[in-house]
Design a protein around this ligand. Structure first.
Ligand code: NAD
Length: 256
Protein backbone atom coordinates (compact mmCIF):
# COMPACT_ATOMS: atom_id res chain seq x y z
CA UNK A 1 0.00 0.00 0.00
CA UNK A 2 1.23 3.51 -0.81
CA UNK A 3 2.49 5.40 2.25
CA UNK A 4 -0.04 8.20 1.81
CA UNK A 5 -2.95 5.71 1.62
CA UNK A 6 -1.65 3.96 4.72
CA UNK A 7 -1.31 7.28 6.59
CA UNK A 8 -4.79 8.38 5.45
CA UNK A 9 -6.29 5.10 6.71
CA UNK A 10 -4.61 5.59 10.09
CA UNK A 11 -5.88 9.17 10.34
CA UNK A 12 -9.41 8.30 9.12
CA UNK A 13 -9.80 5.47 11.63
CA UNK A 14 -8.30 7.39 14.57
CA UNK A 15 -10.40 8.45 17.52
CA UNK A 16 -8.07 11.25 18.64
CA UNK A 17 -5.51 12.50 16.14
CA UNK A 18 -2.93 15.15 17.02
CA UNK A 19 -0.87 17.03 14.43
CA UNK A 20 2.40 18.78 15.19
CA UNK A 21 3.72 21.16 12.56
CA UNK A 22 7.02 22.97 12.10
CA UNK A 23 8.65 25.44 9.78
CA UNK A 24 8.60 22.92 6.90
CA UNK A 25 4.83 23.30 6.41
CA UNK A 26 5.32 27.00 5.64
CA UNK A 27 8.26 26.78 3.21
CA UNK A 28 5.74 26.22 0.40
CA UNK A 29 4.22 29.58 1.42
CA UNK A 30 7.61 31.23 0.91
CA UNK A 31 8.79 31.32 4.53
CA UNK A 32 12.20 29.64 4.91
CA UNK A 33 12.75 27.10 7.70
CA UNK A 34 15.79 27.21 10.02
CA UNK A 35 17.53 23.88 9.46
CA UNK A 36 16.51 22.67 5.98
CA UNK A 37 18.91 22.99 3.00
CA UNK A 38 17.66 26.55 2.31
CA UNK A 39 17.20 27.29 6.04
CA UNK A 40 17.97 30.66 7.60
CA UNK A 41 20.45 29.10 10.04
CA UNK A 42 21.90 26.73 7.42
CA UNK A 43 22.82 29.72 5.29
CA UNK A 44 23.80 32.07 8.15
CA UNK A 45 24.69 30.31 11.45
CA UNK A 46 25.08 33.75 13.15
CA UNK A 47 21.34 34.35 12.65
CA UNK A 48 20.65 31.92 15.52
CA UNK A 49 21.83 34.64 17.91
CA UNK A 50 18.75 36.72 17.03
CA UNK A 51 16.55 33.97 18.49
CA UNK A 52 18.39 33.95 21.84
CA UNK A 53 16.74 35.93 24.65
CA UNK A 54 19.99 36.74 26.46
CA UNK A 55 21.49 38.26 23.30
CA UNK A 56 18.25 40.19 22.65
CA UNK A 57 18.11 41.65 26.16
CA UNK A 58 21.79 42.51 26.46
CA UNK A 59 22.68 43.75 22.98
CA UNK A 60 20.94 46.82 21.43
CA UNK A 61 22.44 45.90 18.04
CA UNK A 62 20.70 42.49 18.14
CA UNK A 63 17.40 44.24 18.87
CA UNK A 64 17.93 46.76 16.07
CA UNK A 65 18.65 43.94 13.63
CA UNK A 66 15.69 41.92 14.91
CA UNK A 67 13.31 44.85 14.29
CA UNK A 68 14.69 45.34 10.78
CA UNK A 69 14.14 41.64 10.04
CA UNK A 70 10.60 41.86 11.43
CA UNK A 71 9.89 44.72 9.00
CA UNK A 72 10.90 42.45 6.11
CA UNK A 73 9.45 39.19 7.47
CA UNK A 74 7.95 37.04 4.68
CA UNK A 75 4.95 36.29 6.94
CA UNK A 76 3.43 39.69 6.10
CA UNK A 77 2.79 38.65 2.50
CA UNK A 78 2.62 34.85 2.84
CA UNK A 79 -0.63 32.98 2.22
CA UNK A 80 -1.65 29.64 3.72
CA UNK A 81 -0.84 26.75 1.36
CA UNK A 82 -2.68 23.50 0.67
CA UNK A 83 -1.06 21.89 3.74
CA UNK A 84 -2.42 24.53 6.14
CA UNK A 85 -5.83 24.33 4.43
CA UNK A 86 -5.93 20.52 4.60
CA UNK A 87 -5.19 20.54 8.32
CA UNK A 88 -7.83 23.23 8.93
CA UNK A 89 -10.37 21.14 7.05
CA UNK A 90 -9.49 18.00 9.02
CA UNK A 91 -9.81 19.95 12.27
CA UNK A 92 -13.26 21.21 11.28
CA UNK A 93 -14.29 17.65 10.34
CA UNK A 94 -13.22 16.57 13.83
CA UNK A 95 -10.56 14.27 12.38
CA UNK A 96 -7.62 16.22 13.80
CA UNK A 97 -8.58 16.95 17.40
CA UNK A 98 -5.59 19.10 18.31
CA UNK A 99 -3.04 20.99 16.21
CA UNK A 100 0.18 22.04 17.90
CA UNK A 101 2.37 24.30 15.78
CA UNK A 102 5.90 25.47 16.42
CA UNK A 103 5.36 28.13 13.78
CA UNK A 104 5.02 31.75 14.66
CA UNK A 105 3.74 32.91 11.26
CA UNK A 106 -0.01 32.79 12.01
CA UNK A 107 -0.72 30.82 8.80
CA UNK A 108 -2.70 28.01 10.48
CA UNK A 109 -5.19 30.50 11.96
CA UNK A 110 -5.25 32.37 8.63
CA UNK A 111 -6.15 29.06 6.94
CA UNK A 112 -9.17 28.68 9.25
CA UNK A 113 -7.78 26.35 11.92
CA UNK A 114 -10.14 26.73 14.90
CA UNK A 115 -8.31 28.69 17.67
CA UNK A 116 -9.86 26.44 20.33
CA UNK A 117 -7.95 23.40 19.15
CA UNK A 118 -4.82 25.08 17.79
CA UNK A 119 -1.84 25.74 20.04
CA UNK A 120 0.83 28.15 18.76
CA UNK A 121 3.33 26.79 21.25
CA UNK A 122 6.19 29.11 20.24
CA UNK A 123 3.93 32.16 20.14
CA UNK A 124 3.10 34.47 17.26
CA UNK A 125 4.80 37.18 15.29
CA UNK A 126 1.55 39.06 14.72
CA UNK A 127 1.74 40.48 18.26
CA UNK A 128 4.42 42.08 20.43
CA UNK A 129 4.90 41.51 24.16
CA UNK A 130 6.76 43.64 26.72
CA UNK A 131 9.54 41.72 28.47
CA UNK A 132 8.96 43.79 31.66
CA UNK A 133 5.20 44.23 32.18
CA UNK A 134 3.89 41.59 29.75
CA UNK A 135 1.61 44.05 27.92
CA UNK A 136 0.72 42.81 24.44
CA UNK A 137 -0.28 44.67 21.31
CA UNK A 138 -0.36 44.40 17.53
CA UNK A 139 2.97 43.95 15.74
CA UNK A 140 1.67 46.26 12.97
CA UNK A 141 1.62 49.23 15.37
CA UNK A 142 5.15 48.51 16.61
CA UNK A 143 6.42 48.22 13.03
CA UNK A 144 4.86 51.62 12.22
CA UNK A 145 6.99 53.05 15.06
CA UNK A 146 10.12 51.40 13.58
CA UNK A 147 9.30 52.87 10.17
CA UNK A 148 8.87 56.27 11.85
CA UNK A 149 12.45 56.08 13.13
CA UNK A 150 12.38 54.18 16.46
CA UNK A 151 15.07 51.52 15.96
CA UNK A 152 14.07 49.70 19.16
CA UNK A 153 10.59 50.89 20.16
CA UNK A 154 10.00 50.56 23.93
CA UNK A 155 6.77 49.44 25.62
CA UNK A 156 4.25 52.30 25.58
CA UNK A 157 3.05 51.39 29.08
CA UNK A 158 6.25 50.92 31.07
CA UNK A 159 9.20 51.69 28.76
CA UNK A 160 10.42 48.06 28.91
CA UNK A 161 11.89 46.10 26.01
CA UNK A 162 9.40 45.00 23.37
CA UNK A 163 9.78 41.80 21.37
CA UNK A 164 7.60 39.77 19.06
CA UNK A 165 5.26 37.58 21.15
CA UNK A 166 7.31 34.54 20.23
CA UNK A 167 9.25 32.18 22.48
CA UNK A 168 12.99 32.76 21.96
CA UNK A 169 15.60 30.23 23.02
CA UNK A 170 16.03 30.78 26.77
CA UNK A 171 12.40 31.82 27.31
CA UNK A 172 9.80 29.58 28.93
CA UNK A 173 6.84 28.21 27.03
CA UNK A 174 3.37 29.23 28.22
CA UNK A 175 2.49 26.61 30.88
CA UNK A 176 -1.13 26.33 29.69
CA UNK A 177 0.04 25.67 26.10
CA UNK A 178 2.41 22.97 27.38
CA UNK A 179 -0.39 21.44 29.44
CA UNK A 180 -2.84 21.34 26.50
CA UNK A 181 -0.22 19.89 24.14
CA UNK A 182 0.99 17.29 26.60
CA UNK A 183 -2.55 16.24 27.50
CA UNK A 184 -3.34 15.81 23.80
CA UNK A 185 -0.14 13.83 23.11
CA UNK A 186 -0.76 11.32 25.91
CA UNK A 187 -4.43 10.91 24.89
CA UNK A 188 -4.10 10.49 21.13
CA UNK A 189 -4.06 7.29 19.12
CA UNK A 190 -2.44 8.86 16.02
CA UNK A 191 0.24 11.57 16.10
CA UNK A 192 1.26 13.25 12.83
CA UNK A 193 4.51 15.26 12.75
CA UNK A 194 4.75 17.48 9.66
CA UNK A 195 7.60 19.66 8.42
CA UNK A 196 9.59 19.58 11.61
CA UNK A 197 13.13 18.43 12.30
CA UNK A 198 11.86 17.27 15.74
CA UNK A 199 14.99 18.67 17.36
CA UNK A 200 13.60 21.59 19.36
CA UNK A 201 12.80 20.64 22.94
CA UNK A 202 10.53 20.42 24.85
CA UNK A 203 8.19 20.20 21.83
CA UNK A 204 10.15 17.23 20.45
CA UNK A 205 9.10 15.28 23.57
CA UNK A 206 5.50 15.23 22.31
CA UNK A 207 5.95 12.37 19.79
CA UNK A 208 7.71 10.32 22.47
CA UNK A 209 4.85 10.91 24.91
CA UNK A 210 2.37 9.88 22.23
CA UNK A 211 4.22 6.70 21.24
CA UNK A 212 4.81 5.72 24.88
CA UNK A 213 1.05 6.12 25.43
CA UNK A 214 0.31 3.72 22.57
CA UNK A 215 -0.19 6.07 19.62
CA UNK A 216 1.00 5.46 16.05
CA UNK A 217 3.42 8.08 14.73
CA UNK A 218 3.29 9.37 11.14
CA UNK A 219 6.26 11.52 10.03
CA UNK A 220 5.90 13.75 6.96
CA UNK A 221 9.20 15.53 6.40
CA UNK A 222 11.61 16.24 3.57
CA UNK A 223 14.64 15.04 5.56
CA UNK A 224 15.23 12.32 8.14
CA UNK A 225 14.23 13.03 11.75
CA UNK A 226 15.41 11.41 15.00
CA UNK A 227 11.96 9.78 15.31
CA UNK A 228 11.81 8.02 11.93
CA UNK A 229 12.67 4.60 13.32
CA UNK A 230 9.81 4.86 15.84
CA UNK A 231 7.26 5.89 13.20
CA UNK A 232 4.55 3.64 11.76
CA UNK A 233 5.23 5.32 8.42
CA UNK A 234 7.61 8.02 7.16
CA UNK A 235 6.58 10.07 4.13
CA UNK A 236 9.52 11.89 2.61
CA UNK A 237 7.55 14.28 0.39
CA UNK A 238 6.36 17.89 0.37
CA UNK A 239 4.01 18.64 3.26
CA UNK A 240 1.41 20.53 1.21
CA UNK A 241 0.53 17.90 -1.38
CA UNK A 242 0.85 15.07 1.17
CA UNK A 243 -1.61 16.62 3.64
CA UNK A 244 -3.91 17.55 0.79
CA UNK A 245 -3.89 13.91 -0.43
CA UNK A 246 -4.59 12.65 3.11
CA UNK A 247 -7.48 15.11 3.55
CA UNK A 248 -8.94 14.02 0.19
CA UNK A 249 -8.99 10.37 1.31
CA UNK A 250 -10.23 11.15 4.82
CA UNK A 251 -13.02 13.53 3.68
CA UNK A 252 -15.57 10.96 2.38
CA UNK A 253 -14.96 8.65 5.35
CA UNK A 254 -15.45 11.28 8.01
CA UNK A 255 -17.74 13.94 6.54
CA UNK A 256 -20.88 12.00 6.32
P1 NAD B 1 13.35 23.17 11.30
O1 NAD B 1 13.85 24.30 10.45
O2 NAD B 1 14.25 22.68 12.38
O3 NAD B 1 12.96 21.91 10.40
C1 NAD B 1 12.11 22.03 9.30
C2 NAD B 1 12.05 20.68 8.62
O4 NAD B 1 11.08 20.75 7.59
C3 NAD B 1 13.37 20.26 7.98
O5 NAD B 1 13.72 18.96 8.42
C4 NAD B 1 13.07 20.30 6.47
O6 NAD B 1 13.73 19.26 5.77
C5 NAD B 1 11.58 20.10 6.45
N1 NAD B 1 10.90 20.71 5.30
C6 NAD B 1 11.15 21.90 4.72
N2 NAD B 1 10.26 22.14 3.75
C7 NAD B 1 9.44 21.08 3.70
C8 NAD B 1 8.32 20.74 2.90
N3 NAD B 1 7.84 21.57 1.95
N4 NAD B 1 7.70 19.55 3.12
C9 NAD B 1 8.17 18.69 4.07
N5 NAD B 1 9.22 18.96 4.85
C10 NAD B 1 9.84 20.15 4.68
O7 NAD B 1 11.94 23.62 11.87
P2 NAD B 1 11.21 23.24 13.22
O8 NAD B 1 11.38 21.79 13.53
O9 NAD B 1 9.86 23.83 13.12
O10 NAD B 1 12.01 24.03 14.36
C11 NAD B 1 12.51 25.33 14.14
C12 NAD B 1 11.97 26.42 15.06
O11 NAD B 1 11.96 27.58 14.25
C13 NAD B 1 10.57 26.26 15.53
O12 NAD B 1 10.54 26.65 16.84
C14 NAD B 1 9.76 27.28 14.72
O13 NAD B 1 8.95 28.03 15.59
C15 NAD B 1 10.76 28.26 14.21
N6 NAD B 1 10.53 28.71 12.81
C16 NAD B 1 9.27 29.04 12.43
C17 NAD B 1 9.03 29.44 11.13
C18 NAD B 1 7.62 29.79 10.76
O14 NAD B 1 6.84 30.22 11.62
N7 NAD B 1 7.22 29.57 9.49
C19 NAD B 1 10.06 29.51 10.21
C20 NAD B 1 11.37 29.19 10.64
C21 NAD B 1 11.58 28.78 11.96
Amino acid sequence: MHDVDFAADLVASSTFCVALTGAGISTESGIPDFRGPQGVWTKDPDAARLSNIQAYVSDPEVRRRAWQLRLEHPAWTAQPNEGHLALAEMQKLGVVSMLVTQNIDGLHLAAGSPPDNTVEIHGTIVEVACLSCGDRGPMATALDRVRAGKHDPPCLLCGGLLKSATVSFGQNLDPSDVERSTAAAVSCDVFVAVGTSLTVYPVAELPSLAIDSGASLIVINAEPTPFDDRAETVIRAPAGRTLSAIAKKVRPVRSG
